[in-house]
Write a protein that binds this ligand. Structure first.
Ligand SMILES: C[S@@+](CC[C@H](N)C(=O)[O-])C[C@H]1O[C@@H](n2cnc3c(N)ncnc32)[C@H](O)[C@@H]1O
Length: 276
């Protein structure tokens, strides 16, 4: 018999040989066993049965050998303190995207009309509504499969959001106070981590025009869909500050663009104010 500690240590060695993160194994273990940080350390000294070793090892191997992200193995993740279902049809919500949510909440007034373009799992729209129930939120995605996951997540988190299958804002006449979007923004020839490339939907990752297609289109559509005095919030790539400033100038010569860094100190959020 071996203890959970020995079992995990063996797998940590494997992870390090395979250049994988041992934190991912810990997360998988803690979630599978429903442990808190305190009970995790108690659990380590207990013995693990052969049957359970087999069961856990099978899931560890999906991460270690099949290169599947832990969130897809578990089928869920956390974002802005809330739980979200994730499947291969949606991008895994990223910690850095919480910066966007935090800033939209700071700037949104009671009863504001908000649209989240490219909602994916629904994480942005749902976190906004959960923290300001007065907001009227529409959430758009071109992918029916992604929207099905987002609808489930809205139910799971008990919020009411209008989900719309559409190509950006094409054909939509409604005007919004706030437009938010974390669109696909990786240039087609950029290098992407293999774990991401192999698993996450390419529809959620890649964009034409050197990663800038969606920003340009949404800004152009905002001329019709953004109310006077409205604000646009874009998540951007770490190297897209100058490029986004240039596109904003094309549509709104007098607008302010404020770029905010994420928790890793990379440029991540563009707030576009005084649009018209
Ligand atoms: C980077 S993911 C963001 C997902 C989620 N908002 C998040 O922050 O985790 C971009 C999303 O845009 C969607 N998308 C791609 N092209 C689109 C289009 N033309 N119109 C609407 N949504 C689109 C993708 O399906 C994907 O869900």
């Amino acid at each position: 018999m071996m203890t959970y500690r020995e079992f995990l240590e063996n797998n940590h060695k494997l992870a390090s040989d395979l250049k994988k993160e041992k934190e991912a194994l810990k997360l998988l273990f803690v979630e599978l066993k429903h442990l808190s940080n305190v009970s995790f350390y108690d659990e380590l000294n207990k013995e693990v049965s052969i049957d359970e070793q087999k069961k856990i090892q099978e899931l560890f191997n999906k991460y270690l050998y099949d290169n599947i992200p832990v969130q897809y193995i578990l089928g869920y993740t956390y974002f802005y303190g809330l739980k979200f279902k994730v499947t291969k049809d949606v991008l895994i919500p990223r910690f850095d995207t919480e910066v966007l949510v935090e800033n939209v909440l700071k700037r949104s007034f009671n009863g504001a009309f908000v649209v989240d373009i490219g909602t994916g799992s629904g994480c942005i729209a749902i976190a906004l509504k959960k923290n300001n129930s007065s907001l009227n939120i529409d959430a758009i995605d071109i992918s029916k499969e992604a929207l099905n996951v987002a609808i489930e997540n809205a139910k799971l988190n008990n919020v009411n959001i209008d989900f719309i299958q559409n190509d950006l804002l094409f054909g939509i006449e409604k005007k919004y106070d706030i437009i938010v979007s974390n669109p696909p923004y990786i240039a087609k020839n950029d290098e992407v981590d293999n774990l991401v490339y192999k698993n996450e939907p390419h529809l959620a990752l890649f964009s034409e025009d050197d990663g800038m297609y969606f920003y340009d289109k949404i800004l152009s559509q905002s001329l019709n869909n953004l109310k006077k005095g409205g604000i646009i919030f874009f998540e951007i790539g770490y190297n897209q500050k100058e490029k986004i400033e240039k596109i904003v100038k094309k549509y709104y010569p007098l607008a302010n663009v404020k770029v905010i860094k994420d928790y890793n100190n990379n440029d991540r959020l563009a707030i576009i104010d005084n649009c018209n």
